[in-house]
Each structure stands twice: as C-alpha cells, then as structure tokens.
Write a protein that binds this ligand. Structure first.
Ligand code: NAP
Ligand code: ZN
Ligand code: ZN
Length: 351
C-alpha cells in the first residue's frame, strides 16, 4: 500500500475536506497515475450528498481524471512511466459476461466497479475517486490521451464527453437531422459540440437566457428558452433526437412532444425524483423514451480520438481543491461555464 491524499465527504451533509488514505501498490496489470486534473461532475454532487441513496462514506468523488503514469506492473503493455493517461467512471468489470464481451462494461451483468463508491475487490473496502493525488487502475480501464490537447480541458471528456458521445452515436445522429440538447451544463455543452461535429442541426434548450451566446458559439444553430411556452410550441413534432442532460426535476413530457414520428428522447441526466410521462405522449407518434449510461472503454477511446480529430475539448473553469465545495453550490445554481476542473497541484500545496 502507499499513501495518498485527497478530499472526502464523511457524511451527506458535511463539506468535502482533506483526507488521507492508502491505495494498493500496482499489481502486474495495474497502472499507477499521479492525477493532474479532475473534473467536477454533477454525479459527484448527487453521490456525495447521498441523493441517489447508497453512498458509502468516507466518499472521495471524482471520475474525470487526466494524469501522468508514475509506475506500471510487470505485465502492463499499453502504458509506460511518463505517459499521459485518463481514467473515467469505471475501474473494473467482470470482463466475462455478454455485456463486457460486447465492450459495454458499463452494463456488466456482475456489476462494474465504479471509480468511487463501489466494492473494491483488491482491498475489500470501497473505491475512492479522483479528487486525490494518485489512482491505481487495471490498464484495461485506462485511456490513452491524444497528444496536443489542453489536459485540463480533456479531463471532462472522461465522463461528460463519453456520456454524450455514446447516445449520439447509438442513435446515429448525423447530417440532415434536427437534434435537441436539453441543459447547458457539463454534459450539455459537450453534447452541443459533439452533435455539431457529427453534422446535425443542433437546438439547445436552456432555462438560462444568459447562456444563449455561449450556446451559439459552442455550435447550436438555435437556442430555445424552455420557460417560453410559445417558443417551445414552435418546436413541436420536429426533432429526430433529443438528449436530456438535466440534473433536476423538470417537465420531460414537454420535450417528448417535440419529437417527430419515431423520434427518440434519451435521458442521461438522472434527477433524484421520478418524472411522470403520459403514455399518450409516446403512443401519439410512436415516440421512444430511452436512457444511456456513459460508454464502454473502447468507445471512450474512440470518443477521445474523435474529439482530438475535431479539436473538441471542454470549456473549463480551473479551480483549486479548496474551492470544490463552492463549485458544488455554483453547479446547483447552473452557474458553471461549463465544467469545473480541479487543478491537483493545489492539493499537493495543501499537504
Ligand atoms: P450540470 O453541469 O450541473 O448541468 C445540468 C444543467 O441542467 C444545468 O446547467 C442547467 O442548464 C440544467 N438544469 C439544472 N437544474 C434545472 C432545472 N431545475 N430545470 C431545468 N434545467 C435545469 O450537470 P452535469 O454534470 O452536466 O450532469 C447532468 C446530469 O447528468 C446529472 O444528473 C448527472 O448525475 C447525470 N450524469 C449522468 C451520466 C450517465 O451516464 N447517464 C453521466 C454523467 C452525469 P441550463 O442552465 O442550460 O438550463
Ligand atoms: Zn460524471
Ligand atoms: Zn461483465
């Protein structure tokens, strides 16, 4: 074991605070990474505050990491000391079930090991995430970061990027299609960029009128204020695909009404409370209501390479680790442009 430090929550209503812990030394297939940057995902907030239930404390959140390889096990073939590497939402899975064999480790029938808040088969405890100095991960779950990209701005691709890329590809978004993105936060702003790069006509739905110019700069052809009933009605029955990234309770049915015949609305945001939908809304135009979770490891690598090719990174606000509690509060107010990323140098400075 070796010593690590990070920030952890010790209960659902205490702020994140400095925390020391041990991680396993790298085994034969493991990569040890010194974390340089870690994005702040709304899932971190949901989880730290136990909004979905099942949070195990102490909770070190963080699943959007970019770092430098500091050690590798004897059987590691893909990484060497000094490489830049990424880690996202998963650090392990059974690798034997049908979903794992299909490269969809996020749907592992035996439960994938999430980067934090999962059972850790190596220690018997629970996994601890990226708001920390180092992480040790089996090389299968480590991502290669294409050269030439701003590393702080790449970090959010490891969750926000893949969570939007995967459904946009799964539902074959491309030229000639009208695609809606609901919410301009961490996921939403990546959704706009990636859908635009895929060639779609992108419409951004927001509750924040102040985000209109940014949405256009990021690639939206149209911006609709979702509180404007008339503007919403004008979009009725016109979308091939809508990606809903909203983190809080909202009227999903209002967006289903905007789908054309056979259109699909895919939910990636996971609000805490159930959201009622009348079957008639789906029946009326054979509409589809779907969900999607991050993406498999191979697809995450494909996404990183796609983003490098199209020069896509996240728009980030770099923060120091001691600003993370304030960042959570700002995220709740939709006041983030468009992903907070923790500069991990500031963590070291504090030890
Ligand atoms: P975020 O940065 O906080 O963005 C969420 C956006 O939703 C806000 O910026 C805001 O956009 C909009 N919004 C917030 N409250 C709203 C409300 N009451 N009504 C309508 N719109 C509202 O969060 P994120 O990191 O992108 O995550 C979004 C959600 O996705 C979270 O629930 C997270 O847990 C989930 N998630 C899921 C997956 C997955 O695999 N499925 C992966 C990562 C995250 P506007 O200001 O533009 O309205
Ligand atoms: Zn996330
Ligand atoms: Zn599996």
């Amino acid at each position: 074991m070796f010593h690590c430090y990070g920030y952890a929550a010790t209960s659902s209503d205490t702020p994140l605070a400095p925390f020391s812990f041990e991680r396993r030394n790298p085994g034969p297939k493991d990569v040890q990474i010194e974390i340089l940057y870690c994005g702040v995902c709304h899932s971190d907030l949901h989880r730290v505050r136990n909004e979905w239930g099942g949070t195990i404390y102490p909770c070190v959140p963080g699943h959007e990491m970019v770092g430098r390889v500091t050690a590798v096990g004897a059987k590691v073939t893909k990484y060497k000391v000094g490489d830049v590497a990424g880690v996202g939402v998963m650090v392990d899975s059974c690798r034997e079930c049908a979903n794992c064999r299909d490269g969809l480790e996020q749907f592992c029938d035996n439960g994938n090991t999430e980067t934090y808040n999962s059972y850790d088969k190596h220690t018997g405890g629970h996994t601890l995430g990226g708001y920390s100095s180092h992480i040790v991960v089996d090389e299968h779950f480590v991502l290669r970061i294409p050269e030439g990209l701003d590393l702080a701005a790449v970090a959010p691709l490891l969750c926000a990027g893949i969570t939007t890329y995967s459904p946009l590809r799964r539902w074959k978004v491309g030229p000639g299609q009208k695609v809606g993105i609901v919410g301009l936060g961490g996921l939403g702003h990546m959704g706009v960029k990636i859908a635009k790069a895929l060639g779609a006509h992108v419409v951004l739905f927001t509750t924040s009128s102040s985000k209109t110019e940014d949405a256009e700069r990021l690639g939206a052809a149209e911006v609709v204020l979702s509180t404007d009933g008339k503007a919403m009605a004008q979009q009725a029955n016109s979308f091939d695909f809508i990606l809903d990234t909203v983190s809080a309770r909202h009227d999903v049915a209002a967006y289903l009404e905007l789908l054309r015949r056979d259109g699909t609305l895919t939910q990636v945001g996971v609000p805490v409370e159930p959201q009622p939908i009348h079957a008639g809304t789906l029946v009326a135009k054979r509409r589809n209501y779907a969900g999607s979770a991050i993406g498999g490891i191979a697809e995450t690598q494909e996404m990183l390479d796609f983003c490098a090719k199209h020069n896509i990174v996240s728009d980030v606000e770099l923060i120091s680790i001691d600003q993370v509690n304030e960042a959570f509060e700002r995220m709740l107010r939709s006041d983030v442009k468009y992903r907070f990323v923790i500069d991990m140098k500031t963590l070291k400075a504090r030890q």
